[in-house]
Design a protein around this ligand. Structure first.
Ligand code: ZN
Length: 507
C-alpha cells in the first residue's frame, strides 16, 4: 500500500490555486476512481490515463486505485490533470521515483498513445509556479507560453515517457523540446500590430486629432457619421497610437487571453488588444459570465481598445452593463456561489450612424428617416452611458476629390511620440491616465489659469453641464494641455475640450 503526491493548479479567473494530486493503491477488487473532479471529466480522464500508461510501456497498477484531487471544493475542468494523475499512479506503484527535492508542478492532457497535448491557461499557472519556486513540467507545445512568465525552471516534453525519464533523473529528456521552445521564443518578442497606420486614413484631420487626444488620456470616444466615412478604419488605428505595454501589463493581457475560449496567441505578445464584438453578441459574451464564468470582451480588451460599431444596435442590457466597468476598470461576475473579479480597463471606441438610414446631414444623399425614428434610434443609448464617453465627434464622409489628393507626409509616428510624451507626464504626475482621475486627482492636477477658469464656468453654464460633464471637460482639457506640454490649463485647451462633447441629445 503506498501513496504518492504530485502538484498542479486549477484556474479561477486570473487566480491559479494549487491542487494536490494523491494516488493511493489499495488491496481489494480492481477499480480506478478519481475523487475531486466533476463526473464527466473523470470518466474521460480515467480512460486517457489508463491507455497512456499502458501504451508508454508501463504496467497499469492492479488492485483498488484511488486518486484524490485536493481541495475537493475547488472546481476543476479540462484535461490538464491527466499528466499529474498518471505520474502519481506510476510513483505510487513504484514504477517511477521522484528525484526532485520538491514535487514539481505538472500539466498536460494525455493522448491515448501517451503523447502530451497542450492545455489552456498555462501562462497563469506558470506565473504562480514561478512565484512559488516550483519546477514546472508542461507539454512542449506550451513551453513558449510558460517561458513568458519568466519561469527559470520550466521544461517541455512530447510524451509521458519523456516526462518519466526526466523525473527519474534523465535530465536530457527535455533538452530537445527546450531547443524547440527557444526557437519559438524568438517569435515571442513584441511584434507590431497589423492594424496599419493612421496615415492610411485620408483627410479626417479632426477625427485624427480626437483619436490622438483619446490615446493620450485614455479617453473613450464616440464617432457619429454616415456609412463609409471611415469610422472603423479610424478605430483600428488607435492601438498603434498607444504607448507600448510594459512587461507586467503584457503578462496581464496574455493571462486574460489564456483563459478565454480562443486561448492566448503568442504572436500577439506585447500588443495592445483590439476587440470588435458584433452588435448581436450576448451580454455574457461582452461582459463575461456564462455557465463557466468566462472572461468577456471587456476583459479581453483590458489595456487595449474595445470597438463597438453600430452602438445603438447592441442589446440595451449590454450597453447598461458597460457603465460599471467603464467607471471602475473591473468587472465582478457572479454565478451561484462562484464570484470572479476580472480587470476590464478598456478604452471604449464606439461608432454609430447619425440616423437609421445613415444619411442625416449628408450633402450627397437625403435622409429618409422622420424625426421620431431618428429620436428612437438615438434613445437606444441611455444618457448615463453617453455621459461616460469622454469624447464625441462627428465623422463626415470625405469628398472623393479630397481622397484623390496625394496623402500628406507621414504624421502617425509624430502623433504616437506626442501621445507617449503626454502619457509619461501623466504617469509621473498622478500614476494613472487622465481618464482615470478621481475627484481628488481632478482638484489637484487640473488647475486652470484665471481666464480658463472663467471659460470653464461659462461653458458649464451655457451647456448646463452636470457634475459628471464638468469633470469630463476638465479631464479632456488636462489631456490637451499635456499634449501641449502645458502645466496649467489655458483657454485654448478648455475650448477644444468643449468642442469634443456630445452633439446629440442625451436620451
Ligand atoms: Zn436617415
Amino acid at each position: 500500500m503506498s501513496v504518492a503526491q504530485v502538484l498542479s493548479r486549477a484556474q479561477l479567473g486570473l487566480a491559479a490555486p494549487l491542487v494536490q494530486i494523491e494516488a493511493h493503491l489499495g488491496s481489494g477488487l480492481p477499480g480506478f476512481s478519481i475523487v475531486g473532479l466533476p463526473a464527466p471529466v473523470v470518466r474521460e480522464s480515467r480512460e486517457r490515463v489508463r491507455s497512456a500508461i499502458l501504451n508508454s510501456g508501463y504496467d497499469f497498477p492492479p488492485g483498488r486505485i484511488t486518486v484524490n484531487l485536493a481541495p475537493v471544493e475547488l472546481s476543476k475542468e479540462g484535461g490538464r490533470y491527466d499528466l499529474p494523475v498518471a505520474l502519481a499512479l506510476l510513483c505510487a506503484s513504484g514504477q517511477l521515483k521522484l528525484r526532485c527535492a520538491a514535487p514539481p508542478e505538472c500539466y498536460g492532457e494525455l493522448g491515448l498513445g501517451g503523447e502530451l497535448r497542450p492545455v489552456r491557461g498555462l501562462l497563469l499557472a506558470a506565473i504562480h509556479a514561478a512565484r512559488a519556486g516550483h519546477e514546472l513540467l508542461v507539454p512542449a507545445s506550451d513551453l513558449a507560453e510558460a517561458r513568458l512568465a519568466r519561469h527559470p525552471n520550466a521544461h517541455g516534453f512530447g510524451t509521458l515517457r519523456e516526462v518519466c525519464g526526466f523525473i527519474g533523473g534523465d535530465r536530457s529528456a527535455a533538452v530537445a523540446s527546450s531547443a524547440d521552445a527557444t526557437a519559438g521564443e524568438v517569435a515571442l518578442r513584441a511584434t507590431p500590430g497589423n492594424e496599419g497606420s493612421l496615415d492610411e486614413v485620408r483627410g479626417q484631420w479632426r477625427a485624427k486629432r480626437a483619436l490622438t487626444i483619446a490615446a493620450a488620456g485614455g479617453h473613450s470616444l464616440l464617432m457619429i457619421g454616415p456609412p463609409g466615412s471611415g469610422k472603423t478604419m479610424l478605430a483600428t488605428r488607435l492601438p498603434a497610437l498607444l504607448p507600448a505595454l510594459t512587461e507586467a501589463e503584457a503578462i496581464e493581457v496574455a493571462g486574460i487571453a489564456s483563459i478565454s475560449a480562443a486561448g492566448f496567441d503568442p504572436a500577439r505578445w506585447g500588443q495592445r488588444p483590439f476587440r470588435a464584438p458584433h452588435h448581436a453578441s450576448s451580454a455574457n459574451a461582452i461582459v463575461g459570465g456564462g455557465s463557466r464564468l468566462r472572461a468577456g470582451e471587456i476583459s479581453l480588451a483590458h489595456r487595449g481598445v474595445l470597438f463597438m460599431d453600430e452602438l445603438p444596435e447592441f442589446d440595451r442590457r449590454v450597453l447598461e452593463a458597460l457603465r460599471e466597468p467603464l467607471e471602475s476598470g473591473a468587472i465582478t461576475l457572479v454565478r451561484a456561489a462562484d464570484r470572479l473579479e476580472l480587470p476590464a480597463e478598456f478604452q471604449l471606441v464606439a461608432a454609430m450612424n447619425p440616423c437609421p438610414c445613415g444619411y442625416l446631414g449628408d450633402n450627397t444623399r437625403s435622409c429618409c428617416c422622420g424625426p421620431r425614428r431618428v429620436q428612437r434610434y438615438r434613445d437606444r443609448i441611455s444618457g448615463p452611458l453617453l455621459d461616460r464617453i469622454d469624447l464625441h465627434i462627428e465623422v463626415p464622409r470625405v469628398e472623393p476629390v479630397a481622397l484623390q489628393r496625394a496623402p500628406a507626409a507621414a504624421t502617425a509616428p509624430a502623433l504616437a511620440a506626442q501621445v507617449q510624451r503626454a502619457r509619461s507626464v501623466q504617469l509621473a504626475r498622478q500614476r494613472c491616465c487622465n481618464a482615470r482621475l478621481d475627484h481628488a486627482g481632478l482638484a489637484a492636477h487640473c488647475q486652470a489659469a484665471p481666464a480658463a477658469q472663467r471659460l470653464v464656468a461659462h461653458v458649464c453654464e451655457r451647456l448646463g453641464l452636470s457634475a459628471r460633464g464638468y469633470h469630463r471637460l476638465l479631464k479632456v482639457a488636462r489631456t490637451i494641455a499635456d499634449l501641449d506640454g502645458a502645466a496649467e490649463l489655458g483657454t485654448a485647451h478648455v475650448s477644444e475640450a468643449a468642442s469634443l462633447r456630445p452633439s446629440i441629445e442625451v436620451g
